[in-house]
Design a protein. Structure first.
Length: 438
């Protein structure tokens, strides 16, 4: 965090939602000296499932937080690269190797870790820093007060008072309806499923080992859909995702025994492994362009999935939430006058929206490319990816394929982003005007 911590003026934040984004924001704001009350509707005791991809832009941040380096060393898997395979034949079409030289310049690795490991550790450092977490607390409304602060109404009838409310309550956010009256029309729908497979199942079926190589982030490219996952030999469970840029008309959040996806075009071993999964959790993500993420006259703000539509089954969903948290923490470490609050929140929106929009568009382009139906475009894609298998291929500057070069450039733009520097750059241009407010 900044050397000028804590902030000159300390205020109270109420954060709604104790997922990754809510916990991360609570921690950075508490580190800036502010009082933070974190409200979570669930009991917080249920172990969360699934894996999280931590690209370098996220890993770099996590390593600065207490105990995270040890957690990542002990519990995370370092990705050696991204493997593109045909879903029907398992043929490796392309491989985006994460070269040591490139990753060392980025000062962080691309990691895979368990969602529950990260959530538990974030909860621990929040509590250690003084964040107050209240579980089983269902928020039902919010309203502006006469003194330009906000009251939060919870289901048990209580009213909680804070200076700023942060909506970290996911892509079906309640707080989004408080921030804006605008009814957002989705630009498209992404349907997906998280599948948990026990380690025992993998051991009982050695034929599954041929599906992938350890420590590679593998994408099996199907006819209109994709399957992704990483084989972590040390993990208790294997987590894979199925994703399609098509609305299948399913209900989100349902645990099912049968997939609503057409998997017949995939290799029989992939189909069998998915069928043996112990849990199938469905997601329906309405992707939208959120224009306003600050509301209630500068007392409410959205973060994470509530603020933007970074693809749930992509590589940057959690990274965007972590960057949101750093941005808010850095900005509010500079708070010195109450009238600066709405300006700080607007600064957050101005800094974050271009970044999240670029990332969201990049992720969706990738999903469309990876999920191309069989045909001419799919063949062009595979030909371009095959350039990465050339032994002479070293980095995107020497890449013989324009398509692959563009893919590398997209990766590096996303990987190299520094959320702290983005705040510093913004503050160097506009901070003096905010500091001069009477």
């Amino acid at each position: 965090m900044d050397s000028n911590l804590p902030a000159s003026l300390l205020i109270t934040f109420i954060v709604i939602g104790a997922g990754i984004s809510g916990l991360a924001c609570s921690y950075t704001l508490r580190e800036a000296g502010h009082e933070v009350l974190l409200l979570e509707a669930t009991d917080g005791a249920t172990k969360t499932k699934g894996g999280i991809r931590s690209p370098p832009n996220m890993t770099r941040i996590l390593k600065e937080w207490p105990g995270m380096t040890t957690l990542l060393e002990q519990r995370a898997t370092k990705c050696s690269g991204v493997s593109f395979k045909r879903g029907d034949t398992l043929e490796t079409v392309g491989f985006m190797k994460l070269y040591e030289q490139i990753m060392s310049e980025l000062e962080a690795d691309f990691l895979i870790l368990q969602h529950n490991d990260l959530r538990q550790h974030l909860t621990s450092i929040c509590l250690s820093s003084g964040v107050v977490i209240e579980y089983g607390c269902q928020v039902v409304g919010a309203k502006l007060t006469d003194d330009d602060s906000v009251n939060i109404v919870v289901a048990d009838g209580r009213t909680l008072h804070g200076d700023v409310v942060i909506g970290a309550d996911g892509h079906n956010s309640l707080v989004r309806g408080i921030v804006t009256d605008e009814v957002l029309e989705p630009t498209h729908t992404v349907t997906g499923a998280n599948i948990t497979i026990s380690k025992e199942v993998l051991q009982e079926h050695p034929e599954f080992q041929a599906l992938w190589n350890p420590n590679e982030y593998t994408l099996w490219m199907g006819n209109g859909s994709m399957i992704s996952g990483t084989l972590d030999t040390d993990a208790e469970t294997l987590n894979i995702s199925i994703c399609t840029p098509t609305n299948l008309g399913i209900t989100e959040g349902s645990l099912v025994n049968k997939m609503p996806f057409d998997l017949l075009g995939y290799d029989s071993r992939l189909q069998k492994m998915i069928q043996l999964g112990c849990k199938h959790w469905l997601t329906v993500q309405q992707v939208f362009d959120q224009e306003d993420i600050v509301g209630l006259e500068g007392t409410a703000v959205l973060v994470g999935d509530a603020a933007h539509s970074a693809m749930i089954h992509g590589s940057y969903n959690s990274a965007m939430a972590i960057e949101d948290a750093v941005t808010l923490g850095r900005l509010f470490s500079r708070l010195s006058k109450r009238k600066q609050i709405p300006f700080m929140l607007n600064a957050y929106q101005e800094i974050r929206q271009p970044r999240t929009s670029t990332t969201q568009a990049s992720e969706h382009r990738s999903l469309i490319q990876i999920s191309l139906p069989s045909g001419a475009l799919q063949q062009v894609r595979d030909t371009a990816l095959q350039a990465s298998l050339n032994a002479a291929f070293e980095d995107f500057e020497n890449c013989p394929s324009e398509t692959l070069q563009q893919a590398w450039e997209d990766y590096l733009v996303l990987f190299s982003h520094n959320a702290s520097e983005a705040v510093q750059n913004w503050w160097s241009m506009w901070g003096a005007a905010i500091d001069e407010m009477a």
